[in-house]
Structure formats: C-alpha cells, structure tokens
Design a binder for this molecule. Structure first.
Ligand SMILES: Nc1ncnc2c1ncn2[C@@H]1O[C@H](COP(=O)(O)OP(=O)(O)O)[C@@H](O)[C@H]1O
Ligand SMILES: [Mg+2]
Length: 507
C-alpha cells in the first residue's frame, strides 16, 4: 500500500508551470528517487508536499487520507520531514538545541537530559554520530546534514524528503550516508531522495520518478532500468560527449610554481614543495581525493592564501606578493569549490553578483554613481551567453538563492571568465550539477583552452579529468606525486597514486 499519493499536482510561478499534472506515489519502506535536470520541478513538488507552497491544482493523500498542509509544521505533525538543499540550522547553537528547537511549547518543560539521551539513542541506532554539545558552526557539511536528519527523526517522521543530499558530500561520505538510508528503509521509513546521479539512483533506490520541464515523464522500478535509459528520459535527448579539441601549441609557460610550500606552525605542510608548470593552450587536470591540498593550491594561485616558501611565476612575473584583485585584473580567474561561501552572495540578485569583482569600475560606476543600464546590460549578455535560467520575468533581478546549483555556477563562470582571463583555476566546478549543466561547464573549459588560454581543472571526478585534460597531475598529502600526458596515463596507476602509493612502491 502506498503511504503517499500525489495526484495531478500543478503549480505555476508567474504564469509558468513549475509542476504540471504530476503524479507521485511512495510506499512504506521504499526509497524513491526523484530525478530531473535543474529546473525540472523537483524541489517545487517537494515543497508542496512539505507545506511550503500550496498547489494550484491536484490532491495529496497521506496514509489514505486527503491532506492540506498549510506549513511545514502541519506536514511534520503528520509525519513528513524534509531536509533542504541549504540547511536551516542555527549556527551559533549546539546540535541538541537545534534538534529540540521549537519543541518547547508553552506549559511544557523540556527535560534536556532526557532529550540528549533520546538524541544519542537515535544517532546510535542509525549510525548518525554527532556530538550533541558541538556547535553547528564547528561541524562539517556532512555532519550538519546528519543533524538535519536527526532533527526530522526526533519528530517521529515516517517519510523523509532529502533534496539533493549528496551534492555536498564526498564519495566516501555518500557511501556512509547511503548505509544510513538503508537502515531507515529496513525500519520501515519511506524516503524520497532527489538526485541527478545515475549511479546513486541505481545503488540506493527502489523506484524512480523522472521529471522534465515540470512534467512527470516516467516512473520506473530501479532494478528494471539502467543509467542510459534514465539519462535519456531525464534529458530527452542524446548528449554529445565529444568536444572539439583543437591543436594548440603548448610551448609558452603561463604559470610556473617553484617549491611552493604552505605550512602553519609545526603542523605537516598542507602544500609541500610543489613544482608545476601550466602551458598556454592546455588544460592541466589535477586529480586526487578531496582534501589532499587541492583547495590550498587553488587558493595560493588565486592569491587567497599566503605561501610560506617558493615562487609563483605568472606570465614571467613573480606574483607571490600580488593581491587577489591584482591577480584577477591581470587575468587569473578562480572558480571556488564552495559556491555559497566564496562564490556568490545569495541574497543579491544576478545583476549584482555578476559585477562583484568590478562594481567600483567603469562602466558600472561613474562619478560615484552606479550605472543601472550598464549593470543590466552586462547581466543580459551573461544570461544569454551562458544560458542562465532565471525565474519568470525577473531575469537579472532574480535573487541567486532562488536559482538551481547549475545556474548559480553559470553566474560565477560569467563573472570570473572575462575577456582578460588568461589562466582559470576551477576547483570541483561541476560537483552537484546535473548532466546538462555539467556538460555546459566542461565545454567552457574546452573553449578557453582552444582559444590558447590555460585551465587548471581540479576534480575528484576522474572521468571529467580524463575527458578534458591535456596533462594530469596527481595530488596526495600536499604533494604532486605524478604528472603525465593524458595519452600516457594508465588508469590503474592513476588510481594507485591517488591512493598514496608511490611510483617506487609500484615497481
Ligand atoms: N519561488 C519561486 N518563484 C518563482 N519561480 C520559482 C520558484 N521556485 C521555483 N521556481 C521555478 O520553477 C521551476 C522549477 O524549479 P525547481 O522546482 O527548483 O526545480 P529543480 O528542483 O528540479 O531544480 C524553475 O523554472 C524555477 O525557476
Ligand atoms: Mg531543486
């Protein structure tokens, strides 16, 4: 029996359907995947179920009874919980306080001690270990996610909605997270998981519903389908994986790192004597498991992080003392792996985010006055060039927080990559993006390279690295442990290097 039936759900924003006649059913003890490209309407559908939006059309049946939720409070009271893409925890408060927040009703005295005990029991039971007394601000994203799930479980939900939960996780964290989901399933919970990663759908879900352009395209039993079929339903077209790779010279050095070391106190250096050069007209892929110094390396080049030792030569000049702004103006672009921390100001709109690097310059600022027309035109150009999907008729005035990850990433690319760009450092630029957006972003790197510019592509996704790079460097433990031309690479060796096995040890 289905615990949830959504029938003919319809929802319009500014006259445009975000959801149109969508049906979705979920059974008890089922993990149901909701698949679709950015903008397909997944979050909207779940926000309707969770009482955040009310549907314009359609009906929702929960445990056989028709329901009308007017707020998440109503949904939670009936046993439906949701973990959003962007968490809603209070940073300054502890884990326990976040979990019990809002439960302390008038006239009720909440016993913190027993609350802590039940939280610890829950955590233990489902493998969601976190320290109840830790502050949210001290926790990693993965840990914060556990708190969000615990918060829902603590409220006795029976259906858990997870909106792109793995977008923020490393592959290893994802594995662990999936084992938690399997435990929940075994205990009879129903789970709706939004994702666009076929491999994840195949490994975790029982059934999958595919949305495209606000409509339900198909629902399938996972074991009867395969990634190719899912992908075809999702995008409704065949993807072209072949890039046009132009012959480039790759003779002149754009960037040369000599003996770069970053070390704090007596700790192990985060970057340890890095020697590396990047040529004009090449994509240098940096492979490696997350956390082996890739982020630090990117920051050193962008000017965000100081080096303890070494030299950074860019177009023949020593730039270690240059500020971030100066480096950007001289053509160094940086795409951070954390779109929300370093990339965008979420409360600002597209127009504003696009000029963050140059708001104090002509044509955007003249005689101390912002030039609205120039700012608007700049946004219009970017929206067109990068196919940025904004909402309804707000266009450049859409706050970026309302946009999908893929579209947010496109805003960053449009801002960072200018006609002056000569060297682009991109850290995990496609993480969390759907296939369509991923392909778009990859094409941007290839175009830059074909124009004779240099791209340093840091990615934990080996497929991406192999698809795009001219040469591949591997990082492990703050060191470059190998650099090879793509044609000469043996995948097995690459995997071993990434796992910390040295070339000597391989012999
Ligand atoms: N609050 C909103 N106001 C206006 N448009 C919205 C709002 N929320 C979503 N949309 C639009 O509805 C469509 C579906 O969005 P969404 O449900 O977020 O897609 P998904 O989660 O599949 O990426 C998009 O075109 C999006 O711009
Ligand atoms: Mg969404």
């Amino acid at each position: 029996m289905n615990i949830l039936e959504m029938k003919h759900i319809g929802k319009k924003f500014s006259g445009v359907y975000a959801n149109e006649k969508i049906d979705l059913s979920v059974a008890k003890g089922e993990i149901h995947a909701l698949l679709g490209e950015n903008g397909a309407g997944k979050t909207t559908l779940m926000n309707i179920l969770f009482g955040i939006y009310s549907a314009d059309e359609g009906e929702i049946f929960w445990k056989g009874k028709q329901v009308h939720f007017h707020s998440p409070k109503d949904a939670i009271a009936e046993g439906i919980g949701m973990v959003h893409q962007h968490f809603s925890l209070v940073n300054k408060m502890t884990v326990l306080d976040n979990v019990i927040l809002g439960l302390e009703k008038q006239g009720f005295f909440l016993d913190r001690k027993s609350a802590k005990k039940s939280l610890e029991d829950l955590a233990e039971r489902y493998g969601l270990q976190v320290d109840p007394d830790a502050r949210i601000s001290e926790l990693s994203v993965g840990q914060q996610q556990r708190v969000e799930i615990l918060k829902a479980l603590y409220r006795n939900v029976e259906l858990l909605i997870l909106d792109e939960p793995t977008g923020v996780l490393t592959p290893k964290e994802t594995e662990k997270f999936f084992s938690v989901l399997r435990k929940l399933k075994a205990e009879g919970y129903a789970v709706i998981i939004i994702t666009h990663r076929m491999s994840e759908i195949m490994s975790i879900s029982d059934r999958v519903t595919i949305l495209r352009d606000g409509k339900k395209i198909k629902d399938l039993v996972t074991k009867d389908t395969n990634p190719t079929e899912l992908s075809n339903y999702m995008i409704g077209r065949q993807l072209d994986y072949n890039f046009e790779v132009k012959e480039t010279e790759k003779k002149e050095i754009a960037l040369q790192l000599k003996d770069i070391t970053v070390k704090k106190g007596h700790k192990k250096p985060v970057l340890d004597q890095i020697n590396l050069e990047v040529y004009k007209g090449e994509i240098l892929g940096i492979a490696g498991v997350d956390g082996n110094g890739q982020k630090e390396l990117a920051e050193v080049i962008a000017g965000i992080r100081k080096i303890s030792k070494g030299e950074i030569c860019y177009m023949g000049e020593e730039i270690a003392s240059w500020k971030i702004k100066e480096r950007f103006e001289k053509g160094i672009s940086y795409i951070s792996d954390d779109r929300h921390r370093d990339g965008l100001v979420l409360d600002m709109n597209v127009e504003e985010n696009l000029i963050l690097r140059q708001y104090d310059k002509k044509p955007f600022l003249k005689n101390g006055i912002f030039q609205k027309k120039a700012i608007k035109e700049n946004a219009e150009k970017a929206i067109e060039k990068y196919h940025i999907k904004t909402s309804g008729n707000q266009e450049g005035e859409t706050p970026v927080k309302f946009m999908s990850g893929g579209n947010q990433q496109k805003v960053i690319l449009a801002r960072e990559i200018t006609e002056h760009s000569k060297l682009i450092i991109a850290n995990q630029p496609t993480r969390g993006l759907d296939i369509g957006a991923t392909q778009f972003v990859r094409q941007v790197w290839m175009d830059q390279r074909n124009e004779g510019k240099s791209v340093i592509l840091i990615s934990a996704d080996l497929e991406e690295i192999m698809q795009l790079s001219d040469r591949v460097a591997v990082m492990f433990g703050g060191k470059i442990v190998g650099v090879q031309k793509k044609e000469e690479i043996e995948m097995e060796q690459l995997g071993l290097l990434m796992g910390g096995i040295t070339k000597e040890e391989m012999k």
